[in-house]
Write a protein that binds this ligand. Structure first.
Ligand SMILES: [Zn+2]
Ligand SMILES: [Zn+2]
Length: 573
């Protein structure tokens, strides 16, 4: 039983309790525990006792007891009892944007809607708009949500795919000496959502690689087994394809199976024009068919007179022309980052104390982390009234005196209200080192109003970063309908950075927009939006996006030293 399966139990309990309109604090406690468990760095199943479990932040006695029960029996009696009170599929309704537990229950009670199919039928026949609290807009939002779900079916988020491929690669490396192994395909190009997990390997004994792979503990089912390719299903029902090739072709195969298709087409054309031929076995002289290289991927590019093109930007083929002119960007790396600029503590909806966050930032090798808890209007996320923020600022200043080579920046994630005003007065914002602004409500304003709202917020001299600018949630919520040109222009003019939110379901600003924004001269902040110190690692997903967006170190403000960053932040005031 892995952490996400345990977390799911608590998410479901929270949803059922919400349907039953139980105490909101109790509901929030279950949600918090679920989030903590989901992102916990160690497998929860290794914990042996209740007392050990209670040391995890957000896990109290009653939740610890339930975890033990789940680990022993594979199920939780409390959840099973709740399930009996409702139709079995009702929770799937909550996955549709705009629907929460209460609305789902209303749909069941008034229209006998039990699952997504019922929901779609009723929405199409216009029955939902007549319910109290729904209306025509909600009905069409429901249909859009169902559509989005269908589109994403079968697609995997990189946040799901990457950890699995890394686990497989690490396990095989530990078992087999001199192993060449890498993920390939869209996963290696670090796209935000991918089709299949493809892994490519080569070694002294390819048979042994295949045998070791299909015996890995995460394998549930062997689907296809050939001489050079096998497909398995993992315990979570994800398909992983492993292909083995000869060592002398590993580089060529890696290049070939990484794609993109368009990149490879254009590379092949270019090769031919220079008298070469490339395929998954190597690069050959066109006339004599003599193999020139293939063991290393870099060699393929080298022979063609190109610098190495990083997988993240192998997309449209345009990158090849730019590489020919030797104008490829020097892409940002994870090690360039000096800190994280969006982090929640237990002052709002995070689970950790300031001290814990500082310790984990130091351990990660950062020089700073900005605490950005929610502002007063965001009641669902325990937004802080001004007095509480002032208290937090004081505590941060005191803590900083005790820290060496590391500082917590006093910040806030301030809601951008419906008219573009910020959710705290300027004289309070002035006290902060950094302000992140975001939209968490009234998503459905028309494009012009939404754009104006964000641009007005950017004019505020204290606002430094727009968080998750497009508001998208992959597979759940489409991006806001914004006039991006206006947004990018204003961002550059006002010196307001755009966030690349690294949370795998957001990855917002997305890669294409990053590249476009850079042309306008925008700056960026790559941040995790962590609610738990265990998510500090997810920064890598943000770096992937930045790289796919052709960004360099100088484009990203949290590559600056603390001193430089503070100067940059103040320069807007
Ligand atoms: Zn937010
Ligand atoms: Zn946040």
């Amino acid at each position: 039983m892995d952490n996400s399966q345990i977390a799911k139990v608590f998410y479901q309990i929270a949803e059922f309790l919400e349907m039953k309109e139980e105490n909101p604090f109790k509901i929030r406690a279950y949600e918090k525990a679920a989030r903590t468990i989901e992102s916990y760095s160690k497998p929860i199943m290794l914990f042996k006792s209740k007392e050990e479990l209670e040391k995890i932040p957000g896990v109290g006695e009653s939740i610890a007891e339930k975890i033990i029960e789940i680990l022993n029996n594979g199920a939780c009696r409390f959840l099973e009892e709740l399930k009996e009170e409702f139709p079995p599929e009702i929770l799937t309704l909550n996955e549709i944007p705009g629907l929460g537990p209460k609305k789902s229950l209303q749909l069941y009670k008034e229209l006998k809607i039990k699952n997504i199919q019922d929901l779609e039928k009723s929405a199409l026949s216009g029955k939902i708009r007549n319910l109290k609290g729904f209306g025509e807009k909600t009905e069409s939002a429901i249909l859009k949500g169902i559509e989005l779900k269908k589109q994403y079916k079968g697609r995997l988020s990189i946040g799901t795919a990457l950890p699995i491929s890394l686990e497989i690669i690490e396990s095989l490396k530990n078992k087999i000496k001199n192993l060449l192994i890498s993920e390939a395909g869209s996963l290696r190009r670090r796209k935000d959502n991918i089709g299949d997990i493809d892994i490519l390997a080569s070694g002294d004994n390819n048979k042994l690689i295949i045998e070791s792979f299909i015996k890995l503990p995460l394998v549930k089912e062997l689907k296809v087994k050939g001489e050079t390719k096998v497909s398995i299903l993992t315990l979570d029902n994800l398909q992983v394809d492993l292909r083995v090739v000869e060592k002398e072709s590993f580089g060529a195969a890696l290049q070939y199976f990484t794609g993109s298709k368009q990149h490879n087409i254009e590379l092949r054309q270019m090769a031919e024009s220079k008298g070469f031929k490339i395929n998954e076995y190597g690069i050959f002289k066109l006339k004599s068919n003599q193999k020139i290289a293939g063991a290393k991927e870099e060699e393929i590019y080298q022979v063609l007179g190109l610098p190495y093109i990083p997988p993240e930007i192998r997309e449209t083929g345009e990158e090849i022309k730019i590489a020919l002119k030797d104008q490829l960007p020097n892409l940002i790396n994870l090690k360039d980052l000096k800190g994280d600029l969006h982090f929640h503590s237990n002052y709002s909806e995070g689970v950790n104390t300031l001290e814990e966050i500082a310790a984990s930032g130091q351990e990660f090798g950062y020089n700073y982390i900005a605490l950005t808890d929610h502002s007063q209007s965001l009641k669902v996320a325990n937004g802080m009234p001004p007095e509480k923020l002032k208290e937090q600022i004081k505590k941060i200043r005191a803590l900083n005196k005790k820290l060496k080579n590391f500082q917590i920046l006093a910040g806030a994630e301030v809601d951008i209200l419906i008219d573009g005003a910020l959710d705290y007065p300027d004289n309070l914002l002035k006290e902060l080192d950094l302000v992140v602004g975001s939209i968490h409500s009234h998503f459905k304003q028309d494009s012009a109003l939404l754009t104006k709202r964000i641009c007005k917020a950017m004019q505020n001299p204290y606002l430094n970063i727009i968080a998750h600018p497009s508001g998208r949630l992959l597979g759940e919520r489409e991006e806001l309908n914004l006039n991006w040109e206006e947004i990018f222009k204003t961002s550059a003019e006002t010196n307001t950075a755009l966030e690349i939110n690294a949370y795998p379901q957001r990855l917002d600003l997305k890669d294409l927009y990053c590249r476009e924004a850079k042309v306008y001269g925008c700056k960026f902040a790559v941040s995790t939006d962590s609610h738990n110190i265990n998510s500090i690692n997810s920064i890598k997903y943000g770096i992937n996006v930045a790289r796919r967006g052709w960004l360099e170190k100088t484009d990203v403000i949290n590559t600056k030293s603390l001193k430089e960053l503070l100067i940059w932040l103040k320069s807007k005031r």
